[in-house]
Design a protein around this ligand. Sequence first.
Ligand code: NAD
Ligand code: UGA
Length: 460
Amino acid sequence: MKFKKKILCIGAGYVGGPSMAMIAYKCPDCRITIVDTNPDRIDAWNSPELPVYEPGLDKIVKKRRGKNLFFTKDIENQIKENDIIFVSVNTPTKTYGAGADMAADLQYWEKTARQILKHSRSSKIVIEKSTLPVKTALAMEKILASAKGKIKFEVLSNPEFMAEGTAISDLENPDRVLIGSHETKSGLKARAELTGIYARWIPSEKIITSNIWSSELSKLVANAFLAQRVSSINSISALCEKTDADISEVAKAVGMDSRIGDKFLNAGIGFGGSCFKKDILNLVYLCSYYGLQEVAGYWKNVVKINEYQQERFIANILNSMFGTLAGKKICILGFAFKANTGDTRESPSIYISQKLLGEHAELIISDPKALKNAAIDLEGIKGNVKYIEDPYRAAAGCHALVVLTDWDLYQKLDFQKIYNSMVKPAFLFDGRNIIDHKKCFAIGFNVYPIGKPALSHFKN
Ligand code: NAD
Ligand code: UGA
């Protein structure tokens, strides 16, 4: 079959895989190829068990794989053969040298630019899908500008706004698609070409365009604003615990103001995931770099409150359980950084588990999708840890349940059955406020939510 467009994506991760699968699904006349330097990832994308768990992803990959969606290790030839190249490699926080622990590590990004330069034999549109510091396109352009002969590259910014766990619906029906380009003749032509792809399934009013720097910066700012809401509500949850106010009631009253809105106001154990922290730190670094210390300090506090919330939660467990966890069995319900994903990158569960193990608690960790990653995350950590998927078996014989991920299934558990199998007095720490606290208290649990009065059977 002759394809209308030949599209390559470099980076077969949580973004590259689902976002390209969606393009393949919506544009059967376009050929989409995804490459990665990690051969295991490519093998997994070609196998029955995909490397990423995402509701609905299996279905669309299996529908298009081998037809117009291909996963391959042959980066060199794919760069030669394709006209449009998305770059979706990882951009983690730098751990070394200047800007360590703040700036984005652009080594994978730059290597990709050099690969594109080395193997291209014709002009191409190169699209930033990774989240990058503002002005990164300039560096990419400088590298690509050294191409020989008539080969020209047009760099676009097209940041991805999907969230894990809802990636497929976010990609199918996004709030907006943002395309940044230079406002030159060739920039506008490339912009129109990419707009044409998204317009196959996304209404035109949702496809917005901007200059390339606004596009790069908007992505960082969107994540910073979302994370800021989580830190804002979490900061107020601390005040609620001191004043007998209830954070859910406060969030509802505040969120019903249409100017504020009701989303992202769930108090909990703090945000996790591979992006919020790294993107805010990147923003903080950029502000400092440009001499905007006050602005940098403002955003840094979003991360500080996130860390504070986890510390508070851990201290609450320790204090409520009479100041010692040594030898006590604690059942962790949920290790993924949020529901409906197996991803545990920067999950609050990692830090909380490490701290509880540091108190010599024994941990029984349960999660429907993230146990493999949990075992990798806690590898080498001293202490007694077991991994049991079935929450009933995991909780049996434990002193406390600690809910760390908002999986639906935890709301539906038979808590009477669980209570009967636990050591008494039994404790329930709900780090996500998803359990029916009153019901569990009536069963006999001592219940400790976030930002609400504790329900305890102990007399003062
Ligand atoms: P990821 O680590 O899951 O995937 C990145 C992939 O790129 C890896 O498989 C890695 O092996 C590959 N890679 C690195 N260098 C390469 C090279 N030179 N050639 C070929 N492959 C290479 O990361 P991710 O979660 O998919 O995130 C990718 C980017 O998208 C990041 O910038 C992130 O901030 C951004 N983003 C992520 C999400 C999300 O939900 N995870 C959402 C929006 C944006
Ligand atoms: C987030 C953004 O929502 C996406 O738009 C963005 O594309 C993506 O980051 C990215 O750039 O990587 P994601 O991290 O997958 O998506 O998931 P979110 O739903 O944003 O949740 C992030 C964290 O905040 C989770 O740990 C979640 O449990 C927590 N959270 C979220 C709360 O604690 N309370 C809330 O009310 C909402």
